[in-house]
Design a protein around this ligand. Structure first.
Ligand SMILES: *Cc1c(COP(=O)(O)O)cnc(C)c1O
Length: 428
């Protein structure tokens, strides 16, 4: 497979863009090669500038649940653009998309922003403003975008405050973020026992997808809900990835929880830059202009983004069978991946919820960040490259998800499984 044009394009990009990319994981540094430059994509297929075709399991990191260039989304964007790309004034599409999200997620009101990062950052500020408290709790291995309070990793001991996971995040701020192990009931109970009345919010990925896919243990989310309610803290569920991927009602619907605030992104924008956060009216009206917590956006509620999101969510509402089909495809692919690994005698732990899954190269059951880190990333690297040579485009990092879309066909899945048999054998 010839990818020389991508190699050259990356060199050219590095002249004008730091690291050649606008989001770090795209640089393929984790898999020790250069990124492919993409020319176009359609349905389940993505094409690089050298003309190679791949079956795409990145799906723009989540948004493309219905596949690339999905006609109703493209049509909505095209039609809307003819009436200008932005007004900076209210438009009806904002209300329609908000109504759609409120119905699907079973929340009262929702505010549109431009990315998942903005959504979680604003949700944290709102929680702090509403409760008048400072401490937030997050879980190790969960990613909630790159705002300062959330770029924090676990400290050295249990129940010690975190430290910045990025240069430029002031340590004083890190002192207000407590980082706990995912799926650890005792840790969250202890944290509330010790700091309960000072905890503004707990934020969690209801199915972790940013340390690879790690589902919550039975009752873990409900336990957090119970503790936050008892202590009058805000329960923030970050559904930027899971929101309307794992069910028509998101992960919150799937696990029957009712968070105070839910954050969204990715799928709700149909591939355009959108985020949102919403929840109980009483809490949400604490943001400006009705409340004292400031939050704004020049391009928030942008008509193109609203049109794309509305087209995608409307389609999901009208076609609930998609979720059954995604589950069937997910299960089929899971079994294929497992067969390929066992045929080669390679130990893997495959975690999956519906259309999101990860293959960890480990004997251990992966239930949190520590066990995720037991995966042999050298093996992953080789596997990734072998799959790419077979025309399968996986996320270029062990700690990301494989995303299926409604556009993946049985033929795509069979080709992928066949490639996996080859790639697993290459690991020996
Ligand atoms: C992708 C993601 C974010 C960040 O969203 P951006 O649009 O990249 O800022 C936040 N939370 C979760 C769970 C995500 O998967």
């Amino acid at each position: 497979m010839n990818t020389l044009k991508s190699k050259e394009a990356f060199e050219e990009a590095k002249k004008y863009i730091p690291g050649g990319v606008n989001s770090p994981v795209r640089a393929f540094a984790n898999v020790g090669t250069y990124p492919l430059f993409i020319e176009k994509a359609n349905g389940s297929k993505i094409y690089d500038i050298d003309g190679n075709e791949y079956i795409d399991y990145v799906g723009s990191w989540g948004p493309m649940l219905l596949g690339h260039a999905f006609p109703p989304v493209v049509e909505a964007v095209r039609e809307t653009a003819l009436s200008s790309t932005s007004f900076g004034a209210p438009c009806i599409k904002e209300t329609k998309l908000a109504e759609c999200i409120c119905r699907m997620a079973n929340i009262d009101v929702v505010r549109m922003v431009n990315s998942g990062t903005e959504a979680t950052m604003s949700a944290i500020r709102l929680a702090r403003g509403y409760t008048g408290r400072k401490i937030i709790i997050k879980f190790e291995g969960c990613y909630h975008g790159h705002s300062d309070s959330l770029l924090i990793k676990a400290g050295s001991g249990a129940l010690t405050f975190g430290s910045a996971s990025s240069a430029g995040v002031v340590e004083e701020l890190a002192k207000y973020t407590l980082v706990l192990p995912y799926n650890d009931f005792e840790a969250i109970e202890n944290a509330f026992e010790k700091f309960g009345k000072d905890i503004a919010a707990v934020i969690i990925e209801p199915i972790a997808g940013n340390m690879g896919v790690v589902p919550p243990k039975d009752g873990f989310l409900l336990k957090i809900q119970e503790l936050t309610r008892k202590n009058k803290s805000i329960f923030i569920v970050d559904e930027v990835m899971t929101g309307f991927r794992v069910s028509q009602n998101g992960a919150s619907g799937l696990f029957k929880i009712s968070p105070d605030i839910i954050t969204f992104g990715k799928i709700i924008g149909g591939g355009l830059p959108v985020g949102a956060y919403g929840g109980k009216r009483e809490i949400m009206e604490f943001i400006s202009p009705t409340g004292p917590v400031y939050q704004a956006g020049t391009l928030s509620g942008n008509p193109l983004a609203m049109a794309a999101g509305l087209a995608q969510l409307t389609y999901l509402l009208d076609n609930p069978q998609i979720y059954t089909e995604l589950e069937e495809k997910g299960s089929y692919l899971e079994n294929g991946f497992k067969d390929a690994a066992s045929a080669a005698g390679i130990d893997i732990c495959l975690n999956r919820v519906g259309s999101m899954m990860s293959i960890f190269f480990t004997k251990e059951r992966v239930t949190d960040f520590n066990t995720a880190c037991s995966s042999d990333t050298e093996k992953f690297k080789k596997y990734f490259k072998a799959m790419l040579r077979c025309g399968i485009y996986l996320a270029p990092s062990q700690f990301e998800a494989v995303f299926l879309s409604a556009a993946h066909t049985k033929n795509d899945l069979d080709k992928t499984i066949e490639a996996s048999f080859t790639a697993m054998k290459d690991l020996l």
